[in-house]
Design a protein around this ligand. Structure first.
Ligand SMILES: Nc1nc2c(c(=O)[nH]1)N[C@H]1C(S)=C(S)[C@@H](COP(=O)(O)O)O[C@H]1N2
Ligand SMILES: [Mo]
Length: 422
């Protein structure tokens, strides 16, 4: 006896949009195929940029095991590398949201297929779609929450977003493998030009398909395919316009209405974005007052006042801050001591790494490891000044690390101690 579908969305007549069909789904799928591939690659690059191989301090997802197979030493050239890769990751992720929603809308009748499983193979396929849809929603949601709400998942965002990405990408790869041929045939089934030339009155449903995307009893069109694509495109464009400025910088920064770090950073030499202010992380006046010392450790132990550091040869570097949240600053003119000079002072001229510790007691980012190539780069500084003025308290006074192509989070502020390792 044929199973009778429960009423509502399980009935074939429920879904009536005449523009649902393989073509629309395939076009949106093709955009996502490119977009999500770029998101995945830039996401993995971001993870590599933390240099998690250096040890547990940098390893945001301990026990990653095999999933860390591709890790490599993050380069310091070009100095804007992380600004680019992470700006693309976050901006593209936001811009793809309307495309993703439209794609899910285009296949939503499949969610209500009846019977839910016709065969074991069909059941397996539907289970894999749970991973696919659940995974993509999870990745987009955790990503957006992280950039908008300033790490609402303390410490665990990386773990969630990282493992979520692998689960999702496995389901995504299987989905692409199973659907690529069908997608390509569907994309070629009508010319984009003719779709763009067709208005609502002339919008006809696609011929009935075996996939169950085309409505059984289509209603009259209330929007053309052109209109639907235009709506998605306008949504993506609007998100691009109010987001991209936070990564592109310059005068476009003012357009970044959606950027959490767009709040007016003030003017003057220290007038650029601040991630966490000194008060927010509990830095007190005594922590960074006249009793502050920089401790150098290596082959010997040394300690310096800020004035003693200022009496040494100062070097400059034009470098941005580029945060994992996607925002970045324009290049700022930092000056201070080269990390390589400090390594030599500590008696470890060929240091393979350095442990950077902050005076900060609470919260994350108190300590971080930097690699040998980062120490050797002549632009890598323990900065004391920025744009000709002493660092402001919120930008890390008395001293902070700034390293080319380094993720912002590894540029420690309010540095207390540098321990160079061989
Ligand atoms: N000690 C300490 N250093 C820190 C942070 C912090 O919270 N504490 N935030 C990091 C992050 S996530 C970024 S993006 C940069 C931001 O630097 P800025 O506030 O000077 O722009 O500082 C990094 N250094
Ligand atoms: Mo950051």
């Amino acid at each position: 006896m044929a199973a009778v579908a429960p009423p509502g969305p399980f009935r074939p007549g429920f879904w009536r949009s005449p523009i649902r069909g393989a073509w629309l789904t395939a076009v949106l799928g093709l955009i996502l195929l490119f977009g999500i591939t770029i998101l995945f690659v830039t996401g993995l690059l971001s993870y590599a940029a933390y240099n998690p191989n250096l040890g547990v301090l940098n390893d945001k997802t301990p026990d990653k095991g095999l999933l860390g197979f591709y890790l490599f030493t993050w380069p310091t050239h070009p100095y804007w590398l992380y600004r680019l890769t992470q700006g693309v990751h976050v901006t593209l992720g936001i811009v793809l949201i309307p495309v993703l929603l439209a794609k899910l809308w285009s296949v939503v009748p499949k969610l209500f297929e009846w019977p839910p499983a016709r065969s074991p193979a069909h059941a397996l396929e539907r289970l894999s779609l749970i991973l696919l849809v659940g995974g993509v929603l999870f990745e987009f949601a955790t990503g957006v929450l992280n950039i908008q709400l300033d790490y609402i998942f303390p410490g665990s965002f990386y773990t969630l977003h990282f493992y979520g990405a692998w689960v999702f990408i496995a389901a995504f790869a299987a989905h692409v493998a199973l659907r690529l041929g069908r997608m390509w045939r569907a994309v070629r089934s009508r010319s984009l030009r003719s779709v763009l030339a067709t208005d609502t009155a002339h919008t006809e449903p696609e011929p009935r398909d075996p996939y169950g995307l085309v409505a059984a009893a289509p209603a009259r069109a209330t929007v053309s395919r052109r209109g639907a694509l235009g709506l998605v495109g306008a949504g993506s464009l609007a998100l691009l316009v109010v987001t991209a400025g936070q990564s592109i910088g310059g005068s476009l920064r003012r357009t970044a209405l959606l950027a959490p770090h767009n709040r007016n950073p003030g003017s003057g030499p220290n007038g650029f974005q601040i991630n966490k202010s000194a008060t927010a992380v509990g830095i007190t006046a005594t922590d960074i007052g006249p009793d502050w010392r920089l401790e150098l450790r290596g082959a010997r132990k040394l300690s310096f006042t800020r004035d003693q550091l200022l009496a040494m040869a100062q070097h400059t570097a034009e470098l941005p801050i580029a945060c994992v949240e996607g925002w970045s600053t324009d290049d700022q003119g930092w000056s201070g001591l080269r990390l390589s000079d400090l390594a030599a002072l500590a008696g470890v001229p060929r240091a393979a790494g350095v442990l950077v510790e902050s005076v900060q007691r609470q919260g994350s980012f108190r300590q971080v490891l930097l690699a040998g190539n980062q120490i050797r780069n002549p632009l890598s500084l323990l900065a004391l000044h920025v744009n000709g003025a002493p660092l402001s308290v919120d930008h890390g006074y008395p001293a902070r690390v700034i390293v080319p192509a380094n993720p912002g989070v590894n540029n420690t502020k309010w540095v207390r101690r540098l321990t160079f390792r061989t």
